[in-house]
Write a protein that binds this ligand. Structure first.
Ligand code: ADP
Ligand code: MN
Ligand code: MN
Length: 338
């Protein structure tokens, strides 16, 4: 028997974007535990804005367990939060995602490293050289001395955890980076995004660095904001599709514009201005290979007879991937496929 350090991780009740929480329990198993072997656990919801009325006990239900190579015999156990009667807690947005094995999502997470209240690599006052060389850049003057070390460590932790991490790149602003997660099944990519965020936030603790997820941390300047583009497809979109269905789908997205914006991350009006490869927050638009639209239609989609995936460019870096996936599938479900 081996004693495993099980880090139960969940999302708290803060809105509009929850925070990650976690605590460890030690349990003995013959080998790395399966989900079925992991017990429910509990926590005090009054400290996480999840207490309902006078009873403050919330239940943690494991939904995914992955190895954690940063700890000897470590595992991270991603959980949903349930009420004492085992129904989903109101803060549990994962439970609102339609189950659909044929739904695939790819999220592109942009973020800033922050140290001492400034993006990593910014001077103590003023600004570094303007944007230009940083995106996909190399060299100390472009990426500094520690960012890439963290990014590489994070990548290795995610890959060892079995996350479907797809890649990394330095982004347009100094101190800004991106990674991508892809997953098949309506909840998988969102689960893995939260796990990847957890690993990133924990890794950077020891560097005295925070992750700034705000979509426009440098306000109304020429410094880029951060997004979390949501690439999505369903079995029908990939296998049947067609121009008529596509146009109906886009009409449904136009009608549901406000519902989407509501869950696409806070302060998105600061980012969706029509500048810096974004579309206005106030209108819905789509276009082939057009990065100035709400939804970018890849060339391949049109060339394959309106089949494949679409990219919603509006979700921002601070959005909750559960709420984003939930709304995308909800809107898709309003369009008839027969
Ligand atoms: P960008 O130019 O916006 O960075 P990429 O082409 O690099 O776009 O990334 C597109 C993303 O779309 C990939 O990271 C992948 O996760 C996702 N993706 C690819 N195929 C599908 C699909 N069939 N369904 C959903 N998402 C997909
Ligand atoms: Mn990017
Ligand atoms: Mn993109």
């Amino acid at each position: 028997m081996t004693k495993y350090k099980l880090e139960y991780v969940w999302l708290d009740g803060y809105t509009p974007t929850p925070n990650l929480r976690g605590k460890t329990q030690i349990k003995e198993f013959d080998s790395f535990p399966t989900l079925e072997q992991l017990p429910l656990w509990g926590f005090d919801g009054s400290s996480t804005q999840q207490a309902e009325g006078h009873s403050s006990d919330c239940v943690l239900k494991p939904v995914r367990v992955v190895p954690d190579i940063t700890r000897t015999n470590g595992a991270v156990v991603l959980c949903e939060v349930l009420m004492p009667d085992l129904t989903p807690h109101p803060s549990n947005k994962r439970a609102t995602i339609l189950d659909d094995e044929g739904a695939w999502f790819g999220f592109e997470q942009e973020y800033f490293f922050y140290k001492d209240g400034r993006p990593l690599g910014f001077p103590a006052s003023g600004y570094p050289a303007p944007q230009g060389p940083y995106y996909t850049g190399v060299g100390y003057k472009n990426v500094g001395d520690v960012a890439r070390k963290i990014v590489e460590e994070h990548l290795d932790i995610c890959l060892a955890a079995g996350l479907n991490h797809e890649g990394i790149n330095a982004e347009v602003a100094k101190g800004q980076w991106e990674f991508q997660i892809f997953g098949k099944g309506s909840k998988r990519a969102a689960d893995e995004m939260w796990l990847a965020r957890y690993f990133l936030e924990r890794l950077t603790e020891s560097y005295g660095i925070d992750i700034e997820y705000h979509c426009k941390p440098l306000g109304d300047t020429d410094w880029n904001g951060s997004g979390m583009h949501c690439n999505f497809s369903t079995s029908f979109m990939r296998e049947v599709g067609g121009k008529e269905y596509f146009e109906q789908l886009m009409a449904a997205f136009a009608d549901a514009r406000a519902d989407h914006i509501a869950v696409y991350g806070p302060d998105n009006h600061m980012r969706l201005t029509g500048k810096h490869e974004t579309a206005s927050i106030h209108t819905f638009s789509y276009g082939v290979a057009d990065r100035g639209c709400s939804i970018r239609v890849p060339h391949s989609f049109v060339n394959n007879g309106y089949k494949g995936y679409l990219e919603d460019r509006r979700p921002n870096s601070m959005g909750d991937p559960y709420q984003i996936a939930s709304q995308v599938l909800k809107t898709i479900s309003t369009v008839p496929t027969a």
